[in-house]
Design a protein. Structure first.
Length: 206
């Protein structure tokens, strides 16, 4: 009787694991995470999947999937993470979720490590060298129950992104505007300098 009960328990556990949605928690060289301050691959930073069963949810309502937390690699592979296939508790195979990849790391004053993205953002109030950022929002159909394991590297899913110190606005549009502004300022300075050299050139008198 005990052996039969144990068999049922094991069978239920296996079915429960099989029913959970699965994701291969890896990125690729084309989708690496970059340190926006050094402009190099972000090495040894914490990476996590944030998600919601509501595909219309706001970014602030996404929750961390504690089973999907890892660190990026270092050296030549900095900015890459290889978490492998994992099951998402609370979700089932074939389910479509809203997802986002977030990354963060401690700063010079408060090195961390921080368990969550939110902890890093809070620490940034006291240490502006804390770095953090996230990918675009994307939907993902989970593997399991006859569906193939979901991949972050499929087209239209995770994108390559930068993580920035808190003193820099991490919005790409802001960064692009800043670069554009510097370019315009440099061009204006060059033209002004050129105009000054022309104006000081001796004039022919009649």
């Amino acid at each position: 009787m005990k052996s039969l009960l144990l068999t049922f328990v094991l069978l239920a556990a296996c079915l429960g694991t099989y029913a959970q949605g699965t994701i291969t928690f890896n990125n690729s060289a084309a989708l690496k995470i970059t340190n926006g301050f050094t402009l190099t691959g972000a090495a040894g930073v914490r990476v996590a999947l944030y998600w919601s069963a509501d595909t219309n949810a706001s970014p602030g309502s996404l929750a961390i999937a504690t089973a999907f937390v890892t660190n990026t690699l270092s050296g030549a592979n900095a900015g890459l993470f290889i978490g492998g296939p994992r099951a998402l508790p609370g979700a089932v195979g074939g389910q479509i979720i809203l997802a986002q990849i977030r990354a963060w790391s401690g700063g010079a004053l408060i090195p961390g490590p921080f368990a969550t993205y939110e902890d890093a953002v809070t620490a940034a109030n006291s240490d502006f060298t804390t770095i953090f950022g996230g990918s675009q929002l994307f939907t993902l159909q989970l593997g399991g129950n006859g569906f193939p394991t979901a991949s972050l590297t499929a087209p239209g899913k995770m994108n390559a992104f930068y993580i920035f110190p808190a003193l820099i606005d991490p919005e790409p549009s802001t960064v692009e505007l800043g670069v554009l502004g510097l370019g315009i300022a440099a061009l204006f300075h060059r033209r002004k300098k050129r105009g000054a050299s022309v104006s000081t050139k001796p004039q022919n008198r009649l």
